[in-house]
Design a protein around this ligand. Structure first.
Ligand code: ADP
Ligand code: MG
Length: 224
């Protein structure tokens, strides 16, 4: 369960300050798929960054499974992310100097998994990239890179998966493949998914759609 209470974010540069997320309260129940939609610049990535503990709210609190993540220090946050949160970024964010397999191994090694290489190979197979493990990100297509990024996000089998426009930089057929993969994870493992998306097809699969505009939640649709 994710719970935001009066969470806002204001950024300052020099003398001016800009509120990019106005005080927002919302809850997302465990095992749900929530889609965050809205025009470019409406605060979607900001909201996701706050959920992930990558950004600090200016006001309010974020709770994940009854842990107030706003109270945690950097090290505790990093540990919580490692255990509980998988993050998929729009531009994949793979480490260019590491192979596909090594990228997937990073979170496993950080959490001290002993058979990291073996487990990463299994994950690579789950995203249908067996045989591509020795390739560097620059040798992979956008869709392949995004599948590596998903495998990396799933490495520690986190209960919460956050994805920021995961199909935003993919052609529609490749995007479809990535959507199927995310839905499979949700269905087979009962994981909570929070997706930022412009993709109608992806938003249609969500249990709830949270609409943002100018840093405010302006709509919330729930499906039975
Ligand atoms: P979205 O993901 O919906 O496109 P963002 O959350 O990335 O929107 O950004 C919302 C607004 O906040 C944008 O106008 C963006 O330029 C601004 N913004 C985001 N991060 C910062 C920052 N660190 N400093 C200043 N402005 C920012
Ligand atoms: Mg964004």
């Amino acid at each position: 369960m994710i719970e935001l209470l009066d969470v806002s974010r204001t950024v300052t540069s020099g003398a001016s300050s800009l509120t990019i997320l106005h005080p927002t309260s919302l809850t997302i129940a465990r095992g749900r798929i929530a889609a965050i939609t809205g025009p470019s610049g409406s605060g979607k990535s900001t909201l996701l960054g706050l959920l992930a503990g990558l950004d600090t709210p200016t006001t309010g609190t974020v709770r994940i499974d009854d842990v107030n993540i706003t109270d945690l220090d950097e090290e505790q946050l990093a540990r919580l992310r490692g255990e509980k949160i998988g993050i998929v970024f729009q531009f994949f964010h793979l480490i260019p100097s590491l192979t596909a397999l090594e990228n997937i191994m990073v979170p496993l090694e950080l959490s001290g998994v002993r058979d990291a290489r073996q487990r990463a190979s299994t994950l690579l197979a789950d995203v249908e990239l067996t045989g591509r493990g020795h390739h560097y990100p620059s040798q992979l297509s956008g869709g392949e890179q995004q599948r590596v990024a998903i495998a990396r996000a799933l490495a520690n089998d986190p209960p919460l998966l956050l994805a920021d426009e995961p199909t935003g930089n993919l052609d529609s057929a490749t995007g479809r493949h990535v959507i199927d993969l995310l839905m499979t994870v949700h269905r087979e493992r009962g994981r909570t998914l929070v997706l930022v998306t412009h993709d109608r097809e992806l938003a249609d699969m969500a249990d709830e759609v949270i609409g943002l505009r100018d840093g405010r939640v302006v709509s919330r649709q729930e499906r039975a």
